[in-house]
Ligand binder design. Structure first.
Ligand code: NAD
Length: 258
């Protein structure tokens, strides 16, 4: 066991995809878990499948909604050991001249505003406790560039700037701050991303999939479980001295994109 029994865990965008697997992984370790998600249907499915997990419909770009969620979770949990700002959208795939300001802003809003609004509520709780883990989800696109996905790559680099800064700012209070940098994760999200990118580049979906593994040493995509396992490690005592790190879970990306 990882010593996560009764750990109090909050995860944004936790009703589907990586966030859901992360939530279920923490719950399977005996943690108390609360998730939010903007998607009503996904929230309903998550609630049905996991009656022990608190699920609320929240848009992470909306400060009032995020604050309301934190208020409720903190009332119930009485503190917070892990806050995972996992919400992110892939954003539009297009050449820079075809990107729109609306698409740019929407991508930055979910990825960056969401992480900011989560961190600003988690930090004071963890400071008062003198402990906690803040986990921000970046991407290998935050370690490299990503042609045709400039809003997304920019947002994920921004996440690493926030992570590094908060690791410095909160470390003296016993709080660890790390980022997860998943490679391409198998699942419906990447199916959508690949389809959009194939359209934007004028190539086939198969060719896009090849591009995604071309620069990966292990020539592999990853699973949501691979990413959740890194979250469990970081939250456990095994990761007790790990802070300020961008943890890639990606089979080692040598180059991203072309
Ligand atoms: P996903 O598309 O499967 O989405 C997971 C959930 O996010 C969905 O249920 C969706 O409703 C929710 N969501 C979207 N916008 C939201 C908002 N404004 N407020 C609250 N919830 C919202 O995504 P995923 O693949 O599980 O990705 C999770 C995180 O991992 C994201 O930050 C993503 O950028 C990052 N990531 C994913 C991959 C990948 O290959 N899937 C790779 C690297 C990084």
């Amino acid at each position: 066991m990882l010593g996560l029994e009764n750990a109090r865990v909050l995860i944004t965008a936790g009703a589907a995809g990586i966030g859901r697997v992360m939530a279920e992984s923490f719950a399977s370790q005996g943690a108390r878990v609360a998730v939010c998600d903007v998607d009503e249907a996904a929230c309903a499915q998550m609630t049905e499948a996991n009656p022990g997990i608190l699920v609320r419909q929240v848009d992470v770009t909306d400060q009032m909604q995020v604050d309301g969620f934190f208020d409720e979770v903190l009332d119930g949990f009485g503190g917070l050991d892990v806050a995972a700002a996992n919400a992110g959208i892939g954003g539009p795939a297009a050449a820079i001249e075809d990107q729109t300001l609306d698409g740019w802003k929407a991508t930055l809003a979910v990825n960056l505003d969401g992480a900011f609004l989560t961190a600003r509520r988690a930090a004071p709780v963890m400071k008062a406790q003198g402990s906690g883990l803040l986990l921000l989800t970046s991407s290998t696109s935050g370690l490299f560039g990503h042609p045709y996905r400039s809003p997304y790559a920019t947002a994920k680099w921004g996440i690493l700037g926030l992570m590094k800064t908060l690791a410095m700012e909160l470390g003296p209070f016993g709080i660890r701050v790390n980022a997860l940098c998943p490679g391409a994760v198998e699942g419906p999200r990447m199916d959508r991303v690949v389809a959009n990118e194939a359209r934007a580049r004028g190539i086939s979906e198969d060719e896009v999939r090849q591009i995604y593994v071309k620069g990966v040493s292990m020539k592999t995509w990853v699973t949501a479980e691979d990413v959740a396992n890194m979250a469990l490690f970081l939250a456990s005592d095994l990761g007790a001295k790990v802070s300020g790190q961008a943890m890639a879970v990606d089979g080692h990306t040598e180059t991203n994109g072309d």
